[in-house]
Ligand binder design. Structure first.
Ligand code: MN
Length: 199
């Protein structure tokens, strides 16, 4: 059965009030994300990977030069679905409950977490992703290049921000730092991150 693109968890225009336009979703979800799904299905057609879970394809193809195209497209399918869920209308601000306590405990403070996340997202040279992950029971901020993600490093992802230029160019042009701040202040879906931590 072919891999499919999970629907957006909100309408294209749902985040317009938070500086992420319907136009961005038209391209980012409708073209970029969709193309990764099409490419992945073409690459694994009639191979054993066509019947594997997306996560298993990602783990099995990582680090295998002959499967670089499969890895890149499979991971980008997964990363984007995770990214859409990392945002919501009326998101941002600080988490609550167990996640807030864990962030205070592992980073020292919520502000220290924010600084670490901003730095990771801003300093990922070229294309990639910034993440909040759980590794051996400790929260960490990481960044990955291109399609790479925490699943291949034995980490549990809680939250991500796409810092590929295509993620912000229509709304922020070259201003990646403003895009990052906007994500933290107005878009982060802390409920999603908390669910991932508890899962
Ligand atoms: Mn993207």
């Amino acid at each position: 059965m072919p891999f499919t693109q999970a629907p957006l968890p909100y309408d294209f225009g749902a985040l317009e009030a938070h500086n992420m336009s319907a136009k961005t979703f038209e391209f980012h979800f409708g073209k970029h994300h969709a193309a990764y799904v099409t490419n992945l299905n073409n690459l694994v057609k009639d191979t054993p990977m066509a019947d594997m879970s997306l996560e298993d394809v990602i783990k099995a193809s990582y680090g295998d030069a002959s499967k670089a195209g499969i890895f890149n497209n499979a991971a980008q399918v997964w990363n984007h679905s995770f990214f859409w869920n990392s945002m919501k209308s009326g998101g941002g601000g600080a988490p609550t409950g167990d996640l807030a306590a864990k962030i205070d405990s592992d980073f020292g403070s919520f502000d220290a977490f924010k600084e670490a996340f901003k730095t990771a997202a801003a300093t990922q040279f070229g294309s990639g992703w910034a993440w909040l992950v759980l590794e051996n029971g400790t929260l960490k901020v990481t960044k990955t290049p291109n399609a790479e993600n925490p699943l291949v490093h034995g980490q549990k992802p809680l939250l991500t921000l796409d810092v590929w230029e295509h993620a912000y160019y229509l709304d922020f042009q070259n201003r990646r730092p403003d895009f990052i701040t906007n994500f933290l202040d107005q878009l982060v879906n802390w409920d999603f991150a908390a669910q991932n931590m508890a899962a």
